[in-house]
Design a protein around this ligand. Structure first.
Ligand SMILES: NC(=O)C1=CN([C@@H]2O[C@H](COP(=O)(O)OP(=O)(O)OC[C@H]3O[C@@H](n4cnc5c(N)ncnc54)[C@H](OP(=O)(O)O)[C@@H]3O)[C@@H](O)[C@H]2O)C=CC1
Ligand SMILES: O=C(O)C1=N[C@H](C(=O)O)C[C@H](O)C1
Length: 278
C-alpha cells in the first residue's frame, strides 16, 4: 500500500549491472515503489524490470527508453512523496538525464561517473535555481568512505601519495569517479604532494599515470575478473602505508543507494559525496 511518505522511484540504466541491483533493492524497500525502469538497450525493451533483475515475481514495470514521458508521469503523481530518479547509465548520457529530471521536479540520485567538472558545476547551478535536491555519489559503499577518511588523515603526515584504481574492463571512464574524488579530498588540504626528486622521463606515454590536483597521480587498471578496487599508497623514508578497498559484489552499494533515495527529498541543492549524507 502506498501513502504520502512512499517514494516513487525511477531507475535509469535498469538493465545494467548496477540498475538490476537497484531494482531488487527498491522492490524490497517498504517505503519505496518502483514506478519506472528506463534503459536504452534495444534487447531489453518491454521486458519486466523485476524478472530481468532476477526477482521471482514480475514487478509489472516494463523497461522503456522514453525518459521524458516517464518523468512527466511520476511528476504528476500527487498521492506520494516527490519522485526520485536513480541514474546508473553512461558518462555520455548522465548530464542530460539529470537536467531533464530536475526540469520535471524529479530528484536525481546519481551513481554514474564521468561527468566533467564543468558539467558538475552546471548541474549544481541548475539544481540551485530549481531548489531541487540532487545527489552525485561517486561511490555508494561505506568502505570507500572510511578509506577516504583514513587517507585524508594520513595525508597530513605523508607528502608522497599515489592512487591505483582497478576495475572490470567494461568500464567506460578512466580514471574512476572514486579515484578522482579521493584525489580531490586529499588536494583540499592545500598542500602539494610528490615534490619531484629527479627529472623524470616517460619512455612510454602514460607510464606515470594521470596527474590529478596537487601532484597526485592516479593509475587505472582494467581487467576481466575485477569488480571495483582502489589502493591509496603513501610513502615516506623507510615506510609505506597502504589503504585498500575491494568490492566482491555490487550489493555493497545498495545501503548507500537506499539512504540517498531517502535523503534527497530533504535537500534543495546538489550535494556531492556519500559522506555528506551519512
Ligand atoms: N557510484 C557508485 O557507487 C557506482 C557507480 N557506477 C557507475 O555507474 C555507471 C553504470 O555502471 P554499470 O551498471 O556497471 O554499467 P552497465 O553498462 O552495466 O549499465 C548501464 C546501462 O545503462 C544503459 N544506458 C546507456 N545509456 C543510457 C541512456 N541514455 N538512458 C538509459 N539507459 C542507458 C546501458 O545500455 P547499453 O548497454 O545498451 O549501452 C546499460 O544497460 C558507470 O558510470 C559506473 O562507473 C558503478 C558502480 C558503483
Ligand atoms: O564502474 C564501476 O564499476 C564503478 N564505478 C564507480 C567509479 O567510477 O568510481 C564506483 C566504483 O568504483 C565502481
Amino acid at each position: 500500500m502506498t501513502n504520502q511518505s512512499t517514494i516513487p522511484v525511477i531507475v535509469n540504466g535498469a538493465a545494467g549491472k548496477m540498475g538490476r541491483e537497484v531494482i531488487k533493492a527498491v522492490a524490497q524497500a517498504p517505503d519505496m515503489i518502483l514506478m519506472g525502469a528506463l534503459d536504452t538497450s534495444p534487447e531489453h525493451q518491454d521486458k519486466d524490470a523485476g524478472e530481468l533483475a532476477g526477482l521471482s515475481e514480475p514487478l509489472e514495470v516494463p523497461i522503456t527508453n522514453q525518459l521524458e514521458p516517464m518523468l512527466g508521469y511520476v511528476a504528476g503523481e500527487r498521492q506520494m512523496a516527490p519522485g526520485v530518479m536513480v541514474d546508473f547509465t553512461h558518462p555520455d548520457a548522465v548530464y542530460d538525464n539529470v537536467r531533464s529530471a530536475i526540469a520535471y521536479g524529479i530528484r536525481p540520485v546519481v551513481g554514474t561517473t564521468g561527468l566533467s567538472p564543468e558539467q558538475v558545476q552546471d548541474l549544481t547551478d541548475f539544481a540551485e535555481k530549481a531548489s531541487t535536491g540532487c545527489l552525485l555519489i561517486p561511490n555508494f559503499s561505506i568502505g570507500m568512505v572510511l578509506l577516504q577518511q583514513a587517507a585524508v588523515n594520513a595525508s597530513k603526515y605523508f607528502d608522497h601519495v599515489e592512487i591505483i584504481e582497478l576495475h572490470h574492463n567494461q568500464k567506460a571512464d578512466a580514471p574512476s569517479g572514486t579515484a578522482i574524488q579521493t584525489a580531490q579530498l586529499l588536494a583540499e588540504l592545500g598542500k602539494t604532494f610528490n615534490p619531484p626528486q629527479v627529472e623524470e622521463t616517460e619512455k612510454l606515454p602514460g607510464a606515470r599515470g594521470s596527474l590529478a590536483d596537487e601532484g597526485i597521480r592516479i593509475h587505472s587498471v582494467r581487467l576481466p575478473g575485477l569488480i571495483a578496487h582502489q589502493e591509496v599508497i603513501f610513502g615516506a623514508a623507510g615506510q609505506i602505508y597502504t589503504l585498500r578497498h575491494d568490492t566482491s559484489d555490487r550489493s555493497c552499494y545498495m545501503p548507500g543507494v537506499l539512504l540517498a533515495i531517502r535523503k534527497v527529498n530533504q535537500l534543495k541543492s546538489l550535494v556531492y559525496g556519500l559522506e555528506k549524507i551519512l
